[in-house]
Design a protein around this ligand. Sequence first.
Ligand SMILES: Cc1cc2nc3c(=O)[nH]c(=O)nc-3n(C[C@H](O)[C@H](O)[C@H](O)COP(=O)(O)OP(=O)(O)OC[C@H]3O[C@@H](n4cnc5c(N)ncnc54)[C@H](O)[C@@H]3O)c2cc1C
Length: 431
Amino acid sequence: MLNFINETNQIPQIADVDVLVCGAGPAGLGASIMAARLGASVMLVESQGCLGGIATAGMMSHWGDRSSSIVMKEIWDLAYEKSKDIGWAQENGCGKDAIYHDIQKIVLEEMVSKENIKVLYYTLVCKAVVENGEIVGVIVENKSGRGFIRAKRVIDSTGDGDVAASAGVPYFKGRESDGRMQPCTIMFNVGGVDFERAVFPPSFETTVETEKGELQALAKKLLPFPAGHVLLYKQPIPNTVCCNMTNAIEIDGTDGESLTKGVFTCRSQIIPIIKFLREYVPGYENCWLMSSASLIGIRETRHFEGYETLSKDDILQAKYYDNWVVKRAWFNFDVHNLTGASLDKTGIQHGWKQNGEYTIPYGCLLPKNVEGLLLSGRNISGSHLAHSNFRIMSVCIAIGEAAGVASAISIKQNVKLSQVDVKEIQKYMGK
Ligand SMILES: Cc1cc2nc3c(=O)[nH]c(=O)nc-3n(C[C@H](O)[C@H](O)[C@H](O)COP(=O)(O)OP(=O)(O)OC[C@H]3O[C@@H](n4cnc5c(N)ncnc54)[C@H](O)[C@@H]3O)c2cc1C
């Protein structure tokens, strides 16, 4: 039998803002910066101690593919400018999309400070407060205790949609047929790589023949299950490579115990992976562990019901929505094996023919049942397969930008988020 305690306490209001952005990953950054640029007072609440989400705390290798985002290019340029004199290894041949994690953390703090965005770190958004079908703020918890943040508009950029779930927006998790979610990964960097000889397979479908055998096949055979693939990316730091190779399956990123299990599984694979790299992968014979991510990389959790829902076919056919808020979105479908290593049975990474860049309509950001709230980032309304494509950071940040613009306009014009004229949002979006 389950036991409960009843909690009755008064929660102080700690802030009153125009736009509250929950979660400071790519989507939260895009949202807060654009809302502030349109004159809104903005607060950005983040459970980690840095900005960037998976890009920084999750130690992502690079900003993948493309979209109409404005803010992403600004981040790239600023991070590159700041690091080129203090250690951006030009000889590694990385593009500006590569992430020098600690430099990017500094740059992001400078960017939000310039826009007068109030940031609250080490703060978990615990509960949405909804009155008469409209969200009026959230309850947060940090070292100061619990606090209520009142806001005219709330943007959910938590990746998992913690605010939307708490507000009562309907959702399902994972794949439609069985609820299985994509595997999770702890990213890590290795140093000591010989770049003259090293290989950098960027996808599961890249095979590399060596004297000892083909690398993807060797990894599948030799790494501890469910690890079993080789994905390696150049970093802009001398002799350093970012490894996307740990793998935990059947993990629910919205469940505390399951998340912890995912971390233990991924961390336990790091040393065997490094031994494998040293033994089998050219150029990695003397590599060593530099650092691993403090934030586990969760690929997929909740999919919410929105006014519109992006489908696989929208992306394959490059559908043009007149009410677009994101344009020029592009990535391949990326469904990992939900029950093992590398690719799922359905998970062709590059084989599906896409007709071109796609758009995302405003309705995918508008959740069913709750006013005053926008979905933003990987938690917008979309199918499991569509999500495997739009979850790329370059698309998530553009979605965030749209959420920030829509929120600021709706406040200025004193209309509900569902009534904002999309043509007005489009004026401020990248083309
Ligand atoms: C292992 C892995 C590899 C990937 N590889 C790439 C790649 O190479 N290139 C690429 O472009 N994309 C890649 N992706 C996809 C991409 O990183 C994510 O889909 C993207 O970061 C999603 O952006 P987001 O802003 O929606 O969420 P996130 O980046 O997850 O940010 C969410 C933020 O919200 C915070 N948060 C969560 N819950 C709460 C709460 N309740 N209260 C307060 N704060 C909260 C988190 O700490 C985090 O900072 C990868 C993802 C994973 C997991």
